[in-house]
Ligand binder design. Sequence first.
Ligand SMILES: Cc1ncc(COP(=O)(O)O)c(C=O)c1O
Length: 395
Amino acid sequence: MQPVIRVNWSGRGHLYSDEEVETVVRVMRNGDPLTQGKYQTQFEKDFADYAGASHAFAVSSCTAALELSALLCSLKPGDEVIAPAHTFAATVIPFARTGARIVWADIDPDTFLVNAKTIEPLINERSRVVIVVHLYGMSCDMDPIVELARKYGLLIVEDAAQAPGASYRGRKVGSIGDFGCFSFHTHKNMTTLGEGGALLVKSSEHARLVPGLRHNGMRAFTGEREDYWLPAMSDVDFDLVGVWPYNFCLGEVQCALASKLLDRLDQMNAGRSAKARRFREAMADFPELVFQKALEGCGHVHHLLPARYDGPSGRDALIRKLFREKGVKPVVQYYPLYRYPMFQRAGFGEARCPQTDRFFDSMLSFPFHHWQSEEEFNEMIAVTREAMDELRKEN
Ligand SMILES: Cc1ncc(COP(=O)(O)O)c(C=O)c1O
């Protein structure tokens, strides 16, 4: 018999306010055009201001932002890209597509993130790019990573899919490296109707190339035209010679909603953080449940609520108990990428990442979304305590 699940994962990160719904309906009714118009321009300005970045672009997903970053890194076969394996596959697929070699960096056991110590031993003369992932909503320790990148001439790509609004020593994540990639996918801290994303770009030269790469190489003809329809409506050319562009545009309805959501993002993030703090405090007398160690001076936006279970019975016994007996359904994230057939078949199956393996084999991620009810949340606290207590007694 299937257990009754009382505390489950949700497919969406947050609900919408009436004002947000009205924004969507208004642009549905009146928007003209419905893509690449004034709402895109407005959102790009709003997001650049919010993130403290010089150039922001609305894109159809974080994967699209990562694809554009990978193109702009101008990688050649044989070049190496250093990336964590403890992340979602989209972090590295765009870089693997370029023909570059993916080199896996281990995570730190306390922060669950890559850091300068795990990255530096992997750097050699072929290294070109380091990808950091601000996973679960917490910033990587960026200053030493920026120092490494300067020393060895590497570009930094920040995968901030899970961390819009997170900060590192006074700066917003995504604005620190050369590229910052954000997701507005359904489950994220802010979602533009299920899909969406943004790209922050540091260099003006890179920023100049993004509009064409994002939209099929389209641009205005240069120079005066006596007849506006000649030789054609718009020109098409390579922005990077030989690099075929994409269509990664985000529609006007989603851009208008994104601007609106930015007004509430900090407040939603604060709600997540308060809940996460409450959960950790409630588990303080169970040191076998180990949470992500916060870096000093960082604003964590708690996209998820992961923990390592170091109890003698092991993680699977805890999940089994929570799921079968207590009605809570945690999940396990993220399968180390080098264990997947896709990366193994591409020749990226080798890694020396003991902490990544250890963490994956002992972690669980509790159901956690912005609109989770107090009742469900309190229930999760109570039965998680109960389950760990019972496991202590059984061992
Ligand atoms: C760490 C990370 N990177 C990239 C992505 C891809 O985001 P999107 O679905 O917007 O392409 C996700 C989404 O789950 C993610 O969690």
